[in-house]
Design a protein around this ligand. Structure first.
Ligand code: ATP
Ligand code: MG
Length: 633
């Protein structure tokens, strides 16, 4: 007799659960997606003990008819897909017909559901995949699914669960993500008796960002889109793509990717292609090992994206991937260039007697940000020590617009905060006050002097400015060198004596690969025997001591991180290296004329906000903040 046997459904479901249900947050994800697919507008998530003891999701969606309520637990039972052709046009979040049977096979699950098309509701209970109850029940329209004792029958899985706090943070992160993608719906997340998130429907994504992250985060963001782009395919078809979202100003520099939220057709995904597009957009604007905060919504024809790539449906494949990549990169970069956001000086903290709502929010969002350690494969270890009871509670019910109020319960008393209206009356004597959110006013700055021979102090029509002379000059030179690259007209200086440089084998290979680009930048070099090169000329501005350092820097950068990157990236890196070495150093006294020159040239820059390594160039203490600090408004 043969050895091969077909597995029973019970075993097959548990195997599927291995892929689909990794942790409590995966259950929340599947149930949330089902609720959204069912057209719900109000979704409540309750969890206990980080979701291990209980997860309950209540929705006001379509509900299920009695027959469907039982069928839903059969493997491959779905209402969302009928034929293989539908697989190419998936508009729902679910489609595999796998989630409910998988979850039910590793927990004690109760489904209570009532479709508006039937007079009564249905209650079904399943323990470890076995149906133990199925009865009629008087229920409100919609669906409640309760999942208790997750992995009670799979001890091996249970052992891998992390602390209650970590599991809860994953769940909080997930619910937050979905609430951001659906601002028109109400979401609530309870952990035992504490309310972690509660947002009422609002009409714009901006209002939802405010509800979830608070005003301080919103100030750090630039909203963009919707931007549309049409792709004409080789077959003569037109494919539509639309992009919108929020991206952080360059001073926001996160150490991991957990603050990057990508949604494709409303589905939360992790995707290397989009992540790469985003980081390329920030290239030379923030430091290489840092990530922005970004909330990106890409919508396209369903046929353009294959969602059937991974059982947990968090990965996708784009049919025209390089088009999508470049669209996202150019749209984000274009917006950053256009908005030229300026960094403000940090303002004094509110006194402890005035609990600052922003602090509670940032603490909360920090937790969420740290939460999903493996969701975005973070680069840094995260703090998992805090207890769930320390998680602050947010309650946000007011739409945006002054006065804005919110509550949170980690204040000594349940408190209501009023965010001061920043457009209040001006004190007498101050005729008018225009606040510029961009660096547009840079052209009118009058230099007043230097601090520490390093920072230029300047007065502008919108406040007091402090400019880092080294990074400002670096940015000016960087853009000059890039322009020269494009026009093939690098400014060169000949060396009196050729400079001879020894290279390692790796550097030698790299040199052979990028010698043309070095020449374009103004380095005249030639091979000079075994693993040695002679330098005859270098870009103007580089001191003799710097030339060798720049070449080594370029060879090393290109060897390690840029081997696979584009010529554009290589040029940017060469330009960044040259300009950093050639720029005025800190601790250098400057006369008035030089300061004026620097400010004028900086004003002409395409992107005067950050040096090519991502450090901020200028800080502004706005007139309004100055007036506020002196209690004049
Ligand atoms: N909250 C809900 N409200 C109404 N119907 C639901 C709800 N949850 C599940 N269903 C029904 O049960 C079916 C099975 O759900 P299940 O999550 O197992 O599969 P799916 O969503 O179709 O696909 P996937 O496995 O990709 O999630 C769904 O197709 C849907 O018809
Ligand atoms: Mg589903």
């Amino acid at each position: 007799m043969g050895k091969i046997k077909v597995l029973s459904d019970a075993v097959a479901n548990q195997i599927a659960a291995g892929e689909v249900v990794e942790r409590p947050a995966s259950v929340v994800k599947e149930l949330l997606e089902n609720a959204l697919d069912a057209g719900s507008t109000d979704i409540r998530v309750e969890v206990e003990a980080g979701g291990r003891r209980l997860i309950r999701i209540t929705d006001n969606g379509s509900g299920m008819m009695r027959d469907d309520a039982m069928l839903a637990f059969e493997r491959h039972a779905t209402s969302k897909l009928q034929s293989v052709h539908d697989l190419e046009q998936i508009g729902t979040l679910g489609f595999r017909g796998e989630a409910l049977p998988s979850i039910a096979s590793v927990s004690r699950l109760t489904l209570e559901t009532h479709s508006r098309d039937e007079s009564t509701g249905t209650r079904v209970a399943i323990n470890g995949g076995k149906m133990v109850q199925c009865e009629e029940a008087g229920l409100a329209a919609g669906t409640v699914i309760t999942v208790r004792d997750l992995f009670y029958n799979v001890p091996a899985r249970k052992k891998f669960l992390r602390s209650e706090q970590t599991e809860l943070a994953h769940i909080a992160s997930l619910v937050t993500h979905y609430s951001l993608a659906h601002p028109d719906k109400a979401f609530e997340l309870m952990h035992g008796p504490s309310e972690l998130l509660r947002v009422s429907p609002v009409s714009t994504a901006q209002e939802r960002v405010f509800q979830v992250f608070g005003g301080r985060t919103l100030e750090d963001l630039v909203e963009f889109g919707p931007e549309a782009k049409v792709l004409s395919t080789a077959e003569g078809e037109q494919k539509h793509f639309e992009l919108s979202g929020f991206i952080s100003k360059p001073h926001v520099q996160k150490l991991n990717r957990n603050s990057i939220y990508l949604f494709v057709n409303g589905r939360l995904i992790r995707d290397k292609l989009l992540l790469h597009a985003l980081t390329s957009a920030y290239h030379n604007l923030i430091p290489p090992a840092c990530y922005p905060f970004a909330l990106i919504f890409l919508d396209c024809d369903f046929g353009e994206v294959d969602v059937n790539v991974h059982p947990s449906k968090t990965e996708v494949r784009f049919r025209h991937s390089s088009f999508v990549h470049d669209f996202v990169r150019d749209a984000v970069r274009g917006k950053l260039m256009e908005s030229k956001p300026v960094s403000s000086l940090p303002l004094p903290q509110l006194s402890p007697s005035q609990p600052a709502a922003g602090l509670a929010f940032s603490e909360f969002t920090q937790r969420i940000e740290n939460a999903a350690p493996d969701f975005f494969e973070p680069l840094m270890p995260v703090d998992r020590e805090a207890k769930p009871s320390e998680l602050p509670v947010m309650r946000l019910e007011m739409p945006m617009g002054p006065p804005q109020r919110f509550e949170f319960n980690d204040a000594p008393m349940p408190a209501r905060m009023r965010i001061p209206d920043t457009h209040g009356p001006l004190p007498p004597g101050v005729a008018s006050l225009t606040e510029y959110d961009s660096m547009g006013s840079l052209g009118d700055l009058r230099p007043i002097g230097q601090i520490h021979n390093s920072f230029i102090i300047a007065a502008g029509r919108d406040g007091l400015w402090i400019i880092d002379q080294h990074v400002a000059h670096e940015r000016i030179l960087f853009e000059q060198v890039l322009r020269q690259f494009a026009r093939r007209e690098a400014q060169q200086q000949r060396l009196l004596m050729p400079m001879v440089m020894e290279l390692t084998v790796g550097q030698q290979l790299e040199y052979a690969r990028i010698a043309d680009e070095l020449a374009r930048a103004g380095f005249e070099t030639e091979p000079f025997g075994n693993r040695t090169i002679a330098i005859q000329a270098a870009p103007t501005g580089l001191g003799p001591g710097e030339i060798e350092k720049v070449i080594l820097e370029i060879l090393d950068i290109s060897e390690t991180e840029l081997r696979k990157s584009s010529v554009e990236d290589l040029r940017r890196n060469i330009a960044a290296s040259v300009s950093c070495r050639a720029a005025i150093k800190i601790n250098t006294p400057l006369d008035h004329q030089k300061m004026e020159y620097l400010l004028n040239e900086l004003a002409k820059c395409e992107y005067p906000m950050a040096c090519p390594h991502g450090r901020p160039i200028a800080l502004r203490y706005s007139t309004r903040d100055i007036l506020r600090a002196f209690h004049r408004i």
